[in-house]
Write a protein that binds this ligand. Structure first.
Ligand SMILES: [Zn+2]
Ligand SMILES: [Zn+2]
Length: 308
């Protein structure tokens, strides 16, 4: 599982930072990519990667500000010609997204050659997406803005061949049959498969924020607790906490303080304003040390199991 940054900037793009688009790469797990936000030039960014648009079957839009959605119609249109013909797509997002996309397609005379379905998300929503549990949580922004939390299913523990041999079952195709059933018979006895498995491997958890002020509610922190990766906005890098709050955004030191009571693996800051120059960015990176990473376009983060 990997997290890929296609756009690390806030509001307005620069030559080095596109506005916000991310990809959660679950190719190894389910041979797909989850796309989170679809900024302008998203398709051009994708062209510089190995991501195949036809393998994007689920899109998650955090909120309807232009820097998060202006690339969506273009991406949807091009996907049809990039192997996506007949490959269904589901778009999750706040109310209004469906109307906007449909109107854009209508007035521009665009047609898709694959089925598309829109799912209106809400506070504390929960969705089954290809076996993953995805939760939507309403944040605090000028418009409804959501965090998506992606929870990988736990993996069944491995079969303990030693224990099976002890009761006289030798390795063979029967092992797979045993693993796929709750109980199995051998001789006159019925056994519980669970007694012959190592403990399940915990699934990973990745939380991706839309634009937001800092939220210190208990249920929010509880939801984030134990995440392997948290992706948070950092429109304001250092200082300017009041200004960040006033404009419905966040400042990194405030975020770090807010998250300090919970445990998590990695913290990635995106949505970085383009008014910061390279020198400022470098200084902040040095002060952050290993507490968090500042995103840049094309950054790839590997999300190992049990990283927290
Ligand atoms: Zn934004
Ligand atoms: Zn916004």
């Amino acid at each position: 599982m990997k997290f890929k940054v296609l756009g690390s900037g806030a509001g307005i793009p620069s030559r080095t930072r596109n506005t916000q688009s991310f990809v959660l790469d679950v190719v190894e797990e389910i041979n797909q990519y989850f796309l989170i936000d679809a900024s302008e030039a998203l398709q051009h960014r994708i062209l510089n990667t190995t991501i195949r648009p036809s393998k994007i079957k689920h899109v998650f839009i955090t909120h309807l500000h232009g820097d998060h959605i202006f690339g969506l119609p273009g991406f949807l249109s091009s996907r049809a010609h990039q192997g996506g013909e007949g490959v269904p797509l589901v778009v999750y997002g706040p109310p209004g997204l469906k109307e906007w996309v449909e109107m854009t397609f209508k007035v521009s005379g665009s047609h898709l050659n694959y089925p598309i379905r829109f799912v209106e998300v809400f506070h504390n929503g929960e969705y089954d997406v290809e076996g993953f549990t995805v939760k939507s949580y309403l944040l605090d922004h000028a418009v409804d803005s959501f965090m998506y939390v992606f929870i990988e299913p736990d993996k069944l523990g491995a079969l303990d061949s030693g224990k099976l041999k002890d009761i006289g079952i030798m390795p063979g195709p029967v092992y797979r049959e045993i693993k796929n059933s709750h109980t199995f018979r051998h001789g006159e006895e019925t056994y519980d498969t669970a007694d012959f498995l190592s403990p399940p491997v915990k699934g990973r958890k990745v939380a991706v924020h839309g634009d937001t002020r800092i939220i210190d509610r208990a249920d929010y922190l509880e939801l984030l607790d134990g995440s392997d990766l948290i992706v948070h906005e950092a429109t304001y890098l250092e200082g300017e906490q009041e200004k960040a709050h006033q404009y419905f955004h966040s400042e990194i030191n405030g975020v770090l303080r807010n998250l300090s009571p919970i445990s998590y693996g990695q913290l990635l800051f995106g949505h970085i304003s383009n008014r910061y120059d390279a020198e400022m960015i470098q200084g902040v990176e040095e002060r952050l040390g290993d507490r968090a990473v500042l995103a840049y376009d094309y950054l790839e983060i590997t999300i190992p199991r049990d990283s927290r």
